[in-house]
Structures are given as structure tokens and as C-alpha cells.
Design a protein. Sequence first.
Length: 202
Amino acid sequence: MRKLLILFIFFFSYASYSQTAEEYFYSAYEKAENGDYYGAIADYTKAIELDHPDYDKAYYNRGNAKRDLEDYYGAIADFNKAIELDPDYALAYNNRGIVKRKLKDYYGAIADYNKAIELDPDNAIVYNNRGILKADLKKDYYGAIADFNKAIELDPDYADAYNNRGISKDKLGDLDSACSDWRKAANLGHTNSKKWVANQCN
């Protein structure tokens, strides 16, 4: 009877161990959604320590929380780990690119966006991110417009892409077309585009 009781306690403890890791992961997600990034980081760390089965996602999500707290080097370390665990993790490449841009590693960011597009060519957000960097870094407005075009093709209601395409068109001297894009973005609810229309468009 004593042996059976010990076995029961062992299996109960093991089940609780696995369940607790799961609970930490989803608790962290909820905390991040509610803006409690420090709490989210603590819970993701606990989930990783307990070897959560989706721990590549725990590293990725923890990286996002660190990015939101402007701990950019910490975020990159977590995205690196997520990519090490899953080399095809397109979102991790995209978000690492965002952080590299914040750190002014522009060519590193472009490389990450390129890889993310290679892995997930139907992600409109990555094309928009790469387009912004082409315009800002290289003044490659034609290349930027091509990326914004692709983002809009994939998501016809992507207000940011219309706004950004309008900015690049304006840089190329095509104000009429830029205003058309800004009006479209404004109609989709983009606040900055409404300002562009008010200030520059008849």
C-alpha cells in the first residue's frame, strides 16, 4: 500500500509539473496582452525552465515582451534562441529585424526581412517593414513602392502600406498619386494620413 501511495504521488506530481508549465505559458500571454510585460517575462521564463513543449514560442513571445520594454539586446537574444530551435520561424526573423532597425543595424534588419519573406512570402507586414527600411536607409523609393504594392496586394485594407507608399511617391515628386494613397489610408482609419491629406492635398 505504501508503494502504491508513493507511485500515486509521483505520477500526480509529474502531471502537475507538465500542467504548470502550460499554465505559465498562457498566463504570460494574457499578461502581455494586458500590458504587464514584466509579469509576462517572468512567466515565460518559468515556462522555459519547466521545458514547455512550445518553448521556441516562449522564447519568441518573451522576446516580444522585452522589445516592448525597449530591452532590445535581450529581445534579440530571445529571437536568436527561437530561430536556433526553429530555423523556419518567419515571425522571429521579422521581429528580430524590427529590433535591429531600432538598434540602427539596418543591413541586418534587411537581411532578416528577406529571410522572413523567403519563409513566408504571403505576409504583408514583412513587405511593409522592408519597404519602410528601403525608403529610409537607401532612399530606394521605387524598391519601397514595390514592397508596399505587394503588401497591399496581400492585404487590400492595409492602411499603413497605403500611407507609406504615399510618402515614397511624394519623395519621387508624384504628389497626386501620393494624395490618393493617403486618402485611401485615411478612409481606413490611419491618423497620420489624415494629416498628410489636410496639409498637402487639395
